[in-house]
Design a protein around this ligand. Structure first.
Ligand code: GLP
Length: 244
């Protein structure tokens, strides 16, 4: 696990965008695993600027998002599909047919998850998986648990995640209680993993991810076993790290 220390959110966003754009330049038809949340917004904005300048071309890439709230569809402003379209895809030359997000509107969770597993399997492998990290160490929506998950599955969100994500809704009551998410094993299959983290809120999760025991109680800790995982984190997110 390689930790790159950056000053602040802006610095983090530029470095994350640099790594993603290098991947797209090196392999124009690559499979990118993408994430939602507030953490990657700055990186997406930077990539849009470089696209507008002609520095990076997204025409041939395919994307696979980590997760989606169960019950929300693309027209719902709180859905992750809506977020991806509005924050990133609508502003670049991507072929929307090659952008994938689990189908939150499929109420049959088994079918929805199976379908997403198939979509990802047919793509072969993900070249670069971008991840944020939850305050409790979750990745995608893989919450602390007794065992690491494998494929796409339906999860019950923890009270801590509901509370953390409530800031994006009118109230905590409106946050969906369930989500479809790629499993930890699927995430680990990506050739390269890029974790972005900023702010004091993430310091404990970042410490457990980088220096803690590998345990499903901190799902991100398994990334220590990946052979090409890069963490780009700012000073605040790294404050609790022993070896910082
Ligand atoms: C959400 C998402 C994760 C994201 C995390 C952190 O619940 N499912 O993919 O990494 O929470 O979000 P943020 O970047 O807003 O702190």
């Amino acid at each position: 696990m390689k930790v790159i220390k950056v000053h602040d959110y802006q610095d983090m966003s530029r470095k994350v965008a640099n790594i993603i754009s290098a991947q797209v330049i090196l392999k124009p038809n690559c499979n990118l695993g993408l994430a939602t949340g507030t953490t990657p917004i700055g990186a997406y904005e930077q990539l849009i600027k470089w696209y507008e300048k002609g520095d990076v071309d997204f025409a041939e890439i395919s994307t696979f998002n980590l997760d989606e709230y169960r019950g929300l569809g693309k027209d719902d402003t709180q859905s992750y599909r809506y977020f991806m379209n509005h924050t990133f895809f609508d502003h670049i030359n991507i072929d929307k047919k090659r952008t994938h997000v689990p189908d939150g509107l499929n109420e049959d969770s088994e079918a929805a998850c199976k379908e997403y597993d198939k979509i990802v399997a047919e793509a072969g492998h993900i070249d670069l998986q971008l991840l944020g990290i939850g305050r409790n160490g979750h990745i995608g929506f893989n919450e602390p648990a007794e065992a690491f998950s494998k494929g796409t599955h339906c999860v019950d969100l923890t009270p801590s995640t509901i509370e953390a994500n409530a800031r994006l809704f009118n109230s905590a009551d409106e946050v969906p209680r369930q989500a479809y998410t790629m499993g930890v094993q699927m995430i680990m299959h990506a050739r390269m993993i890029l974790v972005a983290a900023t702010g004091k809120d993430k310091a404990e999760a970042v410490r457990n991810m980088v220096e803690g025991p590998v345990t499903p109680e901190c799902p991100a800790s398994i990334l220590q076993l990946h052979n090409d995982c890069v963490v780009v984190a700012d000073e605040e997110a790294l404050t609790l790290l022993e070896g910082k």
